[in-house]
Design a protein around this ligand. Structure first.
Ligand SMILES: Cc1cc2nc3c(=O)[nH]c(=O)nc-3n(C[C@H](O)[C@H](O)[C@H](O)COP(=O)(O)OP(=O)(O)OC[C@H]3O[C@@H](n4cnc5c(N)ncnc54)[C@H](O)[C@@H]3O)c2cc1C
Length: 366
């Protein structure tokens, strides 16, 4: 994005360095290969980090600016709210990559080239794994976070930032599934089952699909919940928009009365040591236990880690970055954009929007 928006007259010698053999590998896998590129309802409230900074940035390069840029270059994302409200998906992620390749065809690309260090002595010296030194007057670091090393992720942005005196806000995997404690091992027996739920975490409520997994639980609503979860309890409403007292009536068996797959009800009842019997035969304390389906509190054991996390929470403090052009306030000529900054969005196109907004604003004001 940044390379395709730099003024060609001003910047004659630019290069892109990427450790992967091909550019845009996260774009390639994103949104089930259909790149969920932005969100109709994006606001500062969809992000963790300095929200005033985010608001300013989203005004400078809005979701409409991004959509116009894409449309002008032949990519036409459409809203598909199936997974998250307001999400724009492309026809294919490859269309986005092809667009950027076309826009940057004049730019030298060092692929399969890992940056291992950056020094400054009158100008920058970018050290690569092949012991090559690439010299530059300006360096834009857009190397993302720690998530998905298989797609090229590395700690280089944070290493460089630290070296030049920047503060790094605590890094953690986010948009990731939860592992569970012993009391919730019944989740594992339901691996592959998915259902609509509401979650409650740190005073926020999210709606969407939960997917049970062999390690615990995942799915869109859990991924977004993971962004806000701080060690401790969260809750799930397994019966969103339904009143449980209306369901727990009469002489039907519990598994017939509750609107779930039999497998789910059976595992849930087993976890409570309650027999699947007629509702009229349930004891008051058993009814109370079953009513927990409306507010099932549990403390996740942890999460699936960086190998499965879509993003890295935390990052380079935006207090030490010039808001106008993303230049480091510690080192002239050094810029940081995208996910390496301490701005992390929810699931639904919010992270690409920030990556592209920061790249565009940097390119225009560098
Ligand atoms: C599976 C998955 C699905 C996702 N789906 C979505 C989605 O649908 N919508 C959304 O908004 N967000 C999605 N995200 C998040 C989104 O991809 C990132 O937030 C976004 O790509 C960040 O952009 P970036 O340019 O900052 O970094 P990246 O896209 O991570 O790009 C960083 C580049 O730097 C290169 N690099 C790293 N270290 C080095 C080094 N030492 N030397 C040289 N090169 C290096 C990497 O190879 C990579 O090409 C998804 C992430 C994952 C992992």
């Amino acid at each position: 994005m940044i390379a395709s928006n730099l003024d060609k007259r001003k910047y004659k010698k630019i290069c892109i360095i990427d450790s992967n053999a091909k550019v845009g590998q996260k774009i390639k896998v994103s949104g089930g290969s259909k790149c969920n590129i932005t969100n109709e309802f994006v606001t500062k409230n969809n992000y963790l980090g300095d929200r005033e900074f985010v608001q300013e940035l989203l005004k400078k390069f809005t979701k409409d600016d991004l959509l116009n840029f894409l449309n002008k270059n032949g990519v036409n994302p459409k809203i598909n709210p199936k997974i998250v409200k307001g999400t724009y998906f492309c026809n294919s992620s490859q269309d986005v990559i092809d667009m950027f390749l076309k826009l940057t065809s004049h730019i030298k690309k060092y692929l399969n080239t890992v940056v291992v260090d950056l020094d400054f002595d009158k100008h920058f010296k970018i050290k690569t794994n092949s012991n090559n030194i690439i010299e530059a007057k300006k360096v834009v670091v857009a190397s993302g976070g720690l998530s998905y090393a298989a797609l090229g992720a590395s700690s280089i942005a944070f290493d460089i930032a630290k070296k030049f005196g920047h503060t790094i806000e605590k890094l953690e995997p986010a948009l990731v599934g939860f592992t569970v404690q012993k009391e919730q091992f019944w989740f594992k027996n339901l691996s592959g089952v998915s259902m609509p739920v509401h979650t409650f975490v740190e005073g926020k409520k999210f709606e969407g699909s939960l997917l049970f997994a062999h390690k615990g639980c995942t799915g869109p609503v859990i991924l977004t919940s993971s962004l806000y979860w701080k060690k401790g309890k969260m809750a799930i409403d397994f019966l969103p928009n339904k009143k449980i007292e209306n369901l727990l009536k009469g002489n039907k068996k519990v598994s017939t009365a509750l609107p779930f797959a039999k497998r789910f009800t059976s595992e849930f009842l087993n976890s409570l040591n309650i027999e699947d019997k007629a509702i009229c035969d349930l004891k008051a304390n058993e009814i109370k236990e079953i009513e927990k389906l409306k507010n099932y509190e549990f403390a996740p054991a942890g999460n699936f880690g960086y190998t499965k996390a879509e993003v890295t929470k935390g990052g380079i403090s935006t207090d030490e970055i010039n808001h106008e052009n993303f230049e480091s306030l510690k080192q002239k000529g050094l810029y940081f954009i995208g996910e390496c900054l301490n701005i992390t969005g929810e699931l639904g196109g919010f992270n690409f929007q920030i990556a592209f907004s920061s790249a565009f604003v940097c390119a225009k004001n560098i």
